[in-house]
Design a protein around this ligand. Structure first.
Ligand code: ADP
Ligand code: MG
Length: 689
């Protein structure tokens, strides 16, 4: 058994019937591969039991207590409640169990247990509802062990996922390694199979970190290899679509209500040099959020149009694509750029509409095609595509960029990204591209006002939000989780939306957005927000990068200690895009001194590059679990900042491998080549497994 046998359906596993199978499908898990790649979101640690006086509110605690007083049993509506008090020398806790009436007969006053569960405070009392109970002799052997906590959905318990993962490992058997042994030895990394097991069932914290690092290395190596292979295929292609500077670009610059920044000019002049030069363009524009990258893209598309070619712009979401389309259409009209004929192509169009758009593209009626990855997926025959632009490149794979470029002959490629990656890493991660940096923000904007505050600031924040809405502005609120129960002490979008509907004045309209909604639903919510149909958007981090709602002036981020600084910066970039003063409220729910220090940088700086460097400097081991730190470049366990040493090592290794065996033809590279060529059909990318 091994890497090729992972494609069995989860339905083949013992204990997974149709109903459970459907629930797994909902989470994007279809095969054993997906299940083994369904890594925990965090881990529970069984700690030394605490004393009652040391309990921490809203966190999972273990506490050793003796049952005192009497054990009461009562009914409230259909709910039966068994309740009692338990105490040690230092304090008392009220404990309750629901719908377990038999416990009343089982439990004895004056016996001692370890209780483990979330502690809340009601008035001056600590309470624990439904804690797990252990006899002392059962609990002590568990201390120090890590228990996986999986992202769940209603009907699927953590226990069931844990069991299913175990079954998947049993069914698949030992999974063979596909990375040359000498490289694994060189970096002192652990075996592939052990690392996969270690991600789910780590023996201890160190085992977990080593497992994660091993899998991170796999991700980076595969990524860099793909990049190198792509580069070799496209390097220095002769420019068969030479373009010259277009008058229309000068016209639009003259007529704009603002002057482009020096950085925008420079980046565009790099682009123009490429378009008119001897070789096909392969360029990345990196510029902080709000630096005005869209205008550069538009100038490039106008250049292509004026030279008689088609250009395409691909955005990661339908909302962003249609936003670009609307603004290009409007600007072309307003500034009289008649050569630019934009059209929108997304998966949301009806079959009939799509056919019409495809006809217009293939007959050359339109020359500025804006869309989502439908640009790649749909059957589109371009008449003479010569320029492709990907906006928010880090949201796409290397492959998608390549696929779009493949729609034309010797197509110029321009990628744009707001992810401020330090240059040393950018050279590797975007190794196939030349780099232009837009290191300047348009003038005349008011800097965002920031505050990093504790949870006790919430009432003040809600009042502030209400007052901004009163003034006609809009507000984003970010929570890390989608629904209750995924992780303790972490806010979730579903409950938070309800909460805000209750605490904010009834005139304030609140809606939510998260990644498990259907694409069409997500887009509808974003569109309604952009057009001002409601005031407050409660969202996970799916609020897409790139979205431009200049009327939004407040960004409030719950549990901000759980995000990477760069990600916080991206989120903050959703506000401060208009002329009005904007605000970012970072709620820090931890009392950890390091978290406070780390977040403090957000207070001091609005500069993405500075923040990224600081992120790289400060990120310590062990910061990586709980919530994924940065979604950049779609790595699942690797983190380009934390694992920057592995990113660099993988670049050296990829070059070594390809130097000796450019076609990956030697037997020891057979499976590696197969893995590289596998298109991941499901949400779990083959790069990790
Ligand atoms: P990003 O780089 O994040 O994609 P955008 O291109 O969306 O940024 O630009 C953000 C906002 O700034 C837009 O509303 C855009 O019209 C405006 N903008 C772009 N360039 C300038 C400029 N030179 N001066 C003033 N405003 C600008
Ligand atoms: Mg943008």
């Amino acid at each position: 058994m091994g890497i090729r046998e992972l494609d069995e359906s989860v339905l083949e596993l013992k204990g997974i019937g149709e109903k459970t199978g459907k629930l797994f499908n909902k989470l994007g898990v279809y095969t054993c591969r997906d299940l083994i790649g369904y890594y925990p979101r965090g881990y529970d640690v069984f700690e030394e039991p605490k004393r009652a006086c040391d309990l921490k509110e809203n966190m999972i605690n273990s506490v050793k207590l003796t049952i005192i007083g009497s054990i009461t049993k009562r009914h409230v509506k259909n709910l039966s409640i068994v309740a009692f008090e338990a105490a040690d020398q230092t304090g008392k806790v009220k404990i309750a169990f629901f719908n377990a009436p038999y416990l009343a007969g089982l439990l004895k006053v004056a016996t001692t247990y370890i209780f483990r569960g979330t502690v809340k405070k009601k008035g001056s009392f600590f309470t624990m509802d439904q804690p797990k109970m252990y006899k002392e002799e059962d609990y002590y052997p568990l201390i120090g062990k890590l228990q996986p906590r999986y992202p769940l959905t209603k009907g699927l318990s953590n226990n069931l996922v844990t069991k299913s993962v175990t079954r998947a490992f049993e069914t698949v058997g030992k999974i063979e390694d596909y990375i040359p042994e000498n490289l694994i030895k060189k970096h002192g990394l652990m075996g592939y199979y052990d690392a996969l097991i270690g991600m789910h069932f780590p023996k201890n914290a160190r085992d977990l970190e080593e497992s994660r690092r091993r899998l991170a290395y796999n991700e980076f190596l595969l990524f860099v290899l793909r990049l190198r292979l792509l580069k070799n295929a496209s390097e220095e292609s002769v420019n068969q679509a030479k373009m010259t500077e277009a008058d229309e670009v000068r016209e639009i610059i003259d007529r704009l209500p603002f002057k482009p920044t020096r950085a925008q000019y420079n980046a565009f002049s790099d682009v123009l040099n490429d378009l008119s030069g001897p070789f096909v363009m392969n360029r990345l524009i990196q510029g902080d959020v709000g630096s005005g990258k869209t205008l550069i893209a538009m100038m490039a598309l106008i250049t292509a149009a004026a030279n008689g070619y088609q250009g395409a712009l691909m955005a990661p979401t339908e909302v962003l694509a249609s936003q670009h389309y609307e603004s290009f259409k409007e600007m072309a009209l307003k500034y009289g750029i008649n050569c630019l004929k934009p059209v929108l192509l997304t998966g949301a169009l009806s079959a009939k509409e799509k056919r019409e758009v495809q006809r217009r593209i293939s007959e050359g009626e339109v020359n500025c095609i804006i869309g989502t990855n439908a640009l790649v997926q749909e059957k589109v025959n371009y008449k003479n595509l010569a320029l492709v632009i990907t906006d928010e490149q880090h949201r796409f794979g290397v492959r998608q960029r390549g696929a779009l470029a493949g729609k034309g002959q010797s197509t110029h490629v321009l990628a744009m990204s707001a992810t401020p990656i330090p240059r040393t890493l950018a050279i590797i991660l975007y190794g196939d591209l030349h780099l232009s940096v837009v290191d300047e923000l348009p003038g005349g904007r008011l800097p965002i006002k920031n505050c990093v505050v504790g949870t006790n600031y919430r009432p003040t924040a809600y009042k502030f939000i209400a007052s901004q809405v009163e003034m006609g502005h809009q507000v984003y609120v970010i929570c890390p989780m989608i629904e209750d129960g995924e992780l303790d002490g972490v806010e979730n979008v579903t409950d938070y939306t309800e909460l805000l509907r209750n605490v904010l004045p009834s005139s304030v309209k609140v809606e939510m957005l998260h990644g498990r909604m259907k694409p069409s639903q997500k887009d509808a919510v974003m569109e309604d927000f952009a057009s001002g149909k409601f005031d407050v958007l409660v969202s996970t981090t799916v609020i897409e990068v790139g979205i431009n709602v200049p009327n939004a002036t407040v960004m409030m981020i719950e549990n901000s200690e759980r995000f990477g600084l760069s990600q916080l910066h991206q989120l903050r970039g959703r506000v401060g895009r208009g002329k009005d003063q904007s605000y970012c409220i970072f709620i820090n729910s931890s009392d950890d001194e390091d978290a406070r220090k780390r977040l403090d940088i957000m207070n001091r700086s609005n500069d993405g590059f500075e923040i990224a460097e600081e992120d790289l400097r400060q990120r310590g081991p062990g910061d990586l679990f709980g919530v994924k730190q940065s979604g950049e470049l779609n790595f699942r366990v690797g983190d380009i900042y934390h694992d920057s040493d592995l990113v660099k090592a993988s670049a050296v290794d990829a070059d070594d491998i390809l130097k000796d065996d450019p076609g990956l033809l030697s037997p020891q590279h057979t499976v590696l080549k197969e893995v590289l060529n596998t298109k991941s059909a499901n949400s779990v990318d083959f790069t990790t497994l």
